[in-house]
Ligand binder design. Structure first.
Ligand code: UT7
Length: 336
């Protein structure tokens, strides 16, 4: 019997501090009307405090996932953390999260594919389930984007926020879970979206700090054009090769980078706004957390057998789309 990898639970955590457009107006030359009309973002969450990294949020998201699904940490065999803002370059943030929730009989590693990282990690985790190697895999997306955002750069500081969310993957013999994926990358996109220093090519120094090279560098308009085309292309490709009409799709779950990119993808798929998961207004772009945060926020509306098309685009460039069948009635979990 064919084994597929089903998402059998979700968990999330966002920090309490709310950074509003009104507060950003005090930091840079911007305004709520511009931000809302150009991006759809009203506020974001920010992780405050000394020595607080992405793992703090990832640990809370995974703990909620374990509690909601009644999973014993001893039964988890693999935890993958998708992040571009690891606590430190090593050890992996995934290890810190596993340690934080008491997962001690597994292996854990980080995966970096910028904003598409959660999709890459989901596809990777699913392979271990489909092959029959493991029965419980956790995939968590966690990013403290505020650590690499320049709050003097008005084009970028309005976009990003902090958060984490996680899913549990388990085997299904009913044909539920991840059924197809199109994942792509193109390294020539590096020029338009990157962090200039902090790695081995240009290690941290007084000069790199003075030149503000540890912050996100983005040529927004160019990235926007690539994102619109690429996300829509792969989502349409996944629909076509699985013979899914727009009526067959219950939900589009898009990476939340800009509402205009989300609308363009939905239009290309012929999917109405009522089927598009959207929470960018509350969180902004949380990079690896956007897609699992959507799944958590919309969990109570999801039904067993729903067809979901996930789609993302990010730095690198990286992009991709995953087709999955939802494995449980979300209202029953939410009611517990
Ligand atoms: O998830 C990773 C992938 N990243 C993305 O998907 C982000 C893709 N890019 C975007 O979402 C958009 O390009 C932005 C939201 C970043 C910018 O929107 P845009 O419509 O592409 O604006 P723009 O960069 O072309 O700038 C238009 C104008 C410029 O003024 P001038 O030169 O026309 O006078 C900017 O200086 O808007 C100005 N501007 C702002 N004005 C008020 C840029 N940022 C701001 C701001 N407030 N915060």
């Amino acid at each position: 019997m064919k084994i597929t990898a089903a998402i059998t639970g979700v968990g999330a955590y966002v920090p309490d501090y709310v950074l509003t457009n009104a507060e950003l107006e005090k930091l840079v030359d911007t305004n709520d009307e511009w931000i809302m009309s150009r991006t759809g973002i009203r506020e974001r969450r920010i992780l405050k405090g000394v020595d607080q990294g992405s793992s703090v949020m990832g640990t809370k998201a995974v703990q909620q996932l374990l509690d909601k699904t009644g999973t014993n940490p001893d039964d988890v065999e693999l935890l993958i953390c998708a992040t571009v803002t690891p606590d430190v370059l090593f050890p992996a943030t995934a290890n810190i999260i596993s340690n934080g929730v008491g997962i001690t009989k597994a292996f854990s590693y980080d995966l970096n594919a910028a904003c598409s990282g959660f999709l890459y990690a989901l596809a990777t985790g699913a392979q271990f389930i489909q092959a029959g190697t493991y029965k419980k895999v956790i995939v968590v997306g966690a990013d403290k984007m505020s650590a690499i955002v320049d709050y003097t750069d008005r084009a970028n500081c309005i976009l990003f926020g902090d958060g984490a969310a996680a899913v549990l993957l388990e085997p299904s013999t009913e044909g539920l879970g991840i059924l197809d994926q199109v994942l792509r990358s193109d390294g020539s996109g590096e020029a338009y979206l990157h962090q200039k220093a902090g790695g081995s090519r240009r290690p941290p120094s007084h000069e790199t700090i003075d030149r503000r090279e540890h912050f996100i560098y983005q040529e927004g308009a160019t990235v926007f054009k690539f994102a619109v085309k690429s996300m829509a292309d792969v989502a349409a490709q996944v629909m076509e090769r699985n013979h899914l009409s727009n009526d067959d799709v219950a939900w589009l779950v898009p990476h939340q980078a800009n509402k205009r990119i989300i609308d363009a993808t939905a239009n290309r798929m012929g999917v109405g706004p009522e089927k598009v998961m959207l929470n960018i207004q509350h969180y902004g772009n949380t990079t690896n957390a956007t897609i699992p945060l959507c799944l958590t926020d919309y969990e109570s509306q999801l039904r067993k057998g729903d067809n979901l098309v996930l789609a993302a685009f990010g730095g690198g460039f990286t992009w991709g789309s995953i087709y999955l069948k939802w494995a449980y009635d979300g209202d029953k979990v939410a009611a517990k």
